[in-house]
Design a protein around this ligand. Structure first.
Ligand SMILES: [Zn+2]
Length: 236
């Protein structure tokens, strides 16, 4: 098992670690700052440095509980101590984007009673689908204004670890389908955004909504009955 340092400190840019396995899928470390893709957030990129070598990491993902650092470069031998360093600019952009999506989902729920049906993100741009009957350019503008107001309020974003039994009783977590998380997951990691939002989530977020910056709703489209899509973009 790799200790995932980003789960408790999203602002950590590098850490030393030891290589525990080298497979076709990638390099396995005893601990890492790299976030493995999941929950709509792409995996981290960056580099591994060691005495006598460097490898560029082009993706990070988990399969069968194992966290792989994907590289096409030469790998360090098992047992080597490495410095793992993420591409911080890209990651921080993803953190801002991910927090913006949570606040967007919260605003749409709070003001329009619509749940999220899906979503995805890249650095600085994202889409989210909602159980809405109608959508329009005007609605997009209205949501954009409400979203930016909520972000500018400067809500603290905290990572909580809640006992599963407690999480299953929390109204916000019930709404976001906490019951679908596999039963062996306990405690459950939760992203809490002040009075705005709370949901079970594995991703990395900024510490305060004011760090997101201005967000634009760039597109609104229908993806069928009761399924409407919104696209957003952030400043660089
Ligand atoms: Zn999320």
């Amino acid at each position: 098992m790799t200790e995932e340092l980003a789960a408790t400190d999203a602002y950590l840019r590098e850490a030393t670690a030891r290589v525990t396995d080298v497979r076709e899928e990638g390099i396995v470390l005893d601990r890492t700052v790299f976030y493995p893709r999941g929950g709509g957030q792409p995996g981290d990129t960056g580099t591994l440095h060691w005495d006598g070598g460097t490898a560029a990491v082009t993706d990070t993902y988990k399969r069968g509980g194992v966290l792989f650092h994907v590289t096409e470069d030469e790998s360090p031998a098992v047992g080597t101590e490495v410095t793992a360093r993420i591409d911080w600019e890209r990651r921080h952009y993803l953190m801002r984007t991910h927090t913006a999506l949570h606040v967007l989902s919260a605003v749409i729920w709070r003001d329009f009673d619509a749940k999220v049906t899906g979503g995805n993100m890249e650095p600085g741009r994202a889409r989210m689908d909602f159980e809405l009957e109608n959508i329009s350019v005007e609605f997009g503008r209205d949501v954009e204004r409400r979203l930016n107001e909520a972000l500018a309020e400067g809500h603290e974003v905290r990572v909580l670890f809640m006992a599963r039994s407690e999480a299953l009783e929390d109204p916000d977590l019930i709404r976001t389908k906490v019951n679908l998380i596999p039963e062996f997951v306990d405690p459950i990691r939760v992203i809490d955004i002040g009075t705005i939002d709370r949901q079970a989530d594995g991703g990395t977020h900024v510490a305060n909504t004011s760090e997101v910056g201005p967000v634009r709703v760039t597109k609104t489209e229908s993806k069928g009955k009761g399924n409407k899509r919104m696209r957003i973009e952030l400043d660089p």
